[in-house]
Design a protein around this ligand. Structure first.
Ligand SMILES: [Cu+2]
Length: 249
């Protein structure tokens, strides 16, 4: 697998969960590569072996039956089962189907629109203010001005700030059409659907800035629907939260 990693490098990885995704990617594509080369070789051998000059007359009775093809078929099927049951399904169970059981999860809401990401933080009180579609004219998140929980909420656009080494859970929804939040360095890609909240989570392992892209063609401005994931140290993140206090007033 290391050879594959050298020949076909992945984009830089900066999340805990991404390692398993990369392993799965290399295993699946490794098998596909073997099948591709195998079929190509078989095709060329057959072209030469059964060429017209050697076999002027068509006949279908030939060939000493060989067991090789049967063995190969079963071997490929066994490998595919192995990939599915030993890697894919366990991966799904751990990273996708079950929410992380850590207590200290940082939840951030993301409201997508043509063509930007509105990011909503609970603020110092840790409680998200109520939102409603009728308030969208007043503020981009649709925050209810009468809800005290929303007073200290923080809003950013196209910039997500998170601390390093902490599980970040993004709750995603959309104002208009279907978008898709892609953060390649976190190995995250999740459809964002109007009228429902989808969840995605990751644990950043590196401080730095990482690209966020919309991965679902969502209109004319789709190409510029980009953002930045800013991974900060815990202190820098706490400071940032404090600095933003009251940014909605
Ligand atoms: Cu989009």
């Amino acid at each position: 697998m290391d050879i594959l990693k050298t020949i076909f490098p992945m984009p830089p990885l900066a999340s805990v969960e991404g390692r398993d995704i990369d392993t799965l990617m290399y295993l699946i594509h490794g098998l596909i590569l073997i099948l591709f080369v195998g079929w190509a070789v078989y095709f060329i051998v057959v072209l030469i072996k059964f060429r017209k000059t050697n076999n002027p007359k068509v006949q279908n009775t030939d060939s000493k039956a060989s067991k090789i093809s049967t063995v190969v078929e079963w071997a490929v099927a066994a490998l595919e089962f192995l990939l599915l049951f030993a890697f894919s399904i366990p991966f799904w169970a751990v990273h996708v189907a079950s929410k992380p059981e850590v207590k200290n999860v940082l939840e951030i809401k993301v409201l997508a629109q043509q063509f930007a990401w509105n990011v909503h933080y609970a603020g110092p009180d840790g409680k998200f203010g109520r939102v409603g579609a009728k308030f969208l004219d007043d503020n981009p998140l649709g925050l209810d001005p009468n809800d005290p929980n929303g007073k200290d909420d923080i809003a950013t656009m196209n910039q997500i700030y998170v601390p390093v080494n902490k599980v970040v859970m993004l709750s995603l929804t959309s104002k208009d059409v279907i978008h898709s939040l892609g953060i390649p360095a976190m190995r995250v890609k999740q459809d964002v659907i109007p009228g429902m909240a989808t969840m995605v989570w990751f644990t950043p392992t590196q401080i730095g800035q990482f690209e966020i892209v919309c991965s679902q063609l969502c209109g004319l401005g789709h190409y510029r629907m980009r953002g930045v994931l800013n991974v900060l140290s815990q202190q820098d993140y706490d400071r940032w939260i404090k600095e933003q206090k009251g940014s909605n007033d």
